[in-house]
Write a protein that binds this ligand. Structure first.
Ligand SMILES: [Cu+2]
Length: 173
């Protein structure tokens, strides 16, 4: 490497972090300052609690993590995909397995810095039995106990139809 190139490289190495820092200060405001969007959150009422009970804390013997995954978004593209489908997100995993009457902690990680998600379990008619708000850049944990074996569908009501999944409730031992 010749001397002028070496000097230019050294100057660039010194200036780059400064430039990056200036850029990071221009990034959007923190998630906490944003107004929540989407439907209001609610826990199961007495009728819905016959299907699933949901509590903020309490003992559980199983622990699952569900993350929110950005599949195609306006910031990263592919822009053709966003133009055709709109922004697409997914729950990962989108299929979970639990035991009937076994309290199971589910922790939701919203990985997006600027997207509100929610987690709603719906009945056969598509009506939400409960709905949790999952704010941007947050971890939200609740204990779920499913009381009826079978397949139950869940959705992020903000991002339909793609952001959906299923809970398979296995019969108790
Ligand atoms: Cu969503």
């Amino acid at each position: 490497m010749t001397k002028p190139i070496l000097i230019a490289t050294l100057i660039a190495l010194v200036l780059l972090p400064i430039a990056n820092d200036g850029w990071s200060q221009q990034t959007p405001s923190p998630a906490a300052t944003r107004a929540p969007i989407g439907p209001p959150a609610f826990l199961p009422d007495a009728a819905a609690a016959r299907v699933v009970s949901v509590t903020k804390g309490g003992a559980s013997s199983e622990h699952l993590v569900i993350i929110t995954e950005a599949i195609a978004i306006k910031e990263n593209g592919p822009k053709e995909t966003v133009a055709r489908f709109g922004e697409v997100y997914a729950f990962s995993p989108a299929t979970i397995f639990v035991r009937e009457n076994q309290p199971t902690t589910i922790s939701f990680w919203n990985l997006q810095p600027d997207d509100q998600h929610d987690f709603a379990i719906v009945n056969a008619a598509g009506k939400p039995l409960m709905d949790l708000a999952l704010p941007p850049l947050s971890q939200t944990s609740y204990v779920f106990t499913f009381h009826r074996p079978g397949i139950w569908h869940f959705k992020c009501l903000v991002h339909q139809p793609a952001m959906s999944g299923q809970v398979l409730v296995l019969p108790a031992h």
